[in-house]
Design a protein around this ligand. Structure first.
Ligand code: ATP
Ligand code: MG
Length: 209
């Protein structure tokens, strides 16, 4: 792959990292040092112009939007929550697939004020605006499944893959809101100033998909 500019790719740590790295390997990109159980956050690769940085999922749009990274690999769920507008989303990478889902206890009968617990406040808001329902959103940072069980909320909006976690906690899926997969994002300015390098990387991704 021909890269003439210095390029930084930011990858979500957590569930996207493994499949994201597998994809990069298909492009012929390997880190010099084994990621293994290293605590490093920045990695040189076999292409001297290309570095990888590992950041929290919700920080990927921020790094790329501000040009600290040129490209990023991040879930659609995270992008929907972000208001970052210095980004392009040139490619769906079709990895790390799951769904954004509305779930509740089986015989959920909410009172006049529906309560919804979620990490995905914007998704939940948009969903209930479309349904013309007024709800109170309760922001959580994890373990959303607990909220209906303890009476904190009537519903949760969360990511679901197999549905095992919902089931294990006695919850049922009410509706699937949208499909989620990892996206390639790019900084708008990098597209202009490092056009050829960025386009070469995007095309390389396209050919392995
Ligand atoms: P952090 O806690 O570090 O802020 P996080 O908890 O969102 O981030 P992960 O749980 O590893 O980190 O999820 C990262 C991304 O993995 C999600 O944004 C989503 O796009 C993707 N993903 C794929 N499958 C699932 C799933 N079943 N549940 C949750 N996330 C999933
Ligand atoms: Mg987490």
């Amino acid at each position: 792959m021909n890269i003439n500019d210095n390029i930084v790719i930011a990858i979500s740590k957590g569930r996207i990292l493994k499949e994201g790295m597998e994809l990069l390997q298909k492009l012929g990109i390997n880190t010099i040092e084994d990621m293994g159980d290293s605590r490093k956050l920045i990695y040189e690769t076999n292409n001297a112009k290309l570095k990888l940085v590992i950041v929290r999922a919700s920080d990927v749009p921020t790094y790329v939007g501000n040009g600290a990274a040129d490209l990023g690999i991040v879930g659609k769920d995270t992008l929907v929550e972000h208001t970052e507008n210095n980004l392009y989303t040139p490619l769906d990478l079709c990895i790390s697939k799951c769904r954004m889902v509305l779930a509740s206890l089986p015989n959920c009968e909410p009172g006049p004020r529906i309560k919804v617990a979620t990490k995905y406040v914007k998704c939940a808001n948009d969903y209930f605006i479309k349904k013309r329902k007024q709800v109170d959103i309760i922001k959580l940072y994890g373990s959303m499944e607990l909220a209906p069980i303890l009476g904190l909320a009537d519903y949760i909006v969360d990511l679901v893959d197999s549905g095992k976690t919902l089931k294990a906690n006695g919850l049922v899926e009410v509706e699937s809101i949208f499909d989620v997969s990892a996206q390639l994002i790019s900084n708008k300015a990098s597209m202009k100033t490092k056009t050829e390098s960025v386009e070469n990387i995007i095309s390389a991704f396209e050919t392995v998909l």
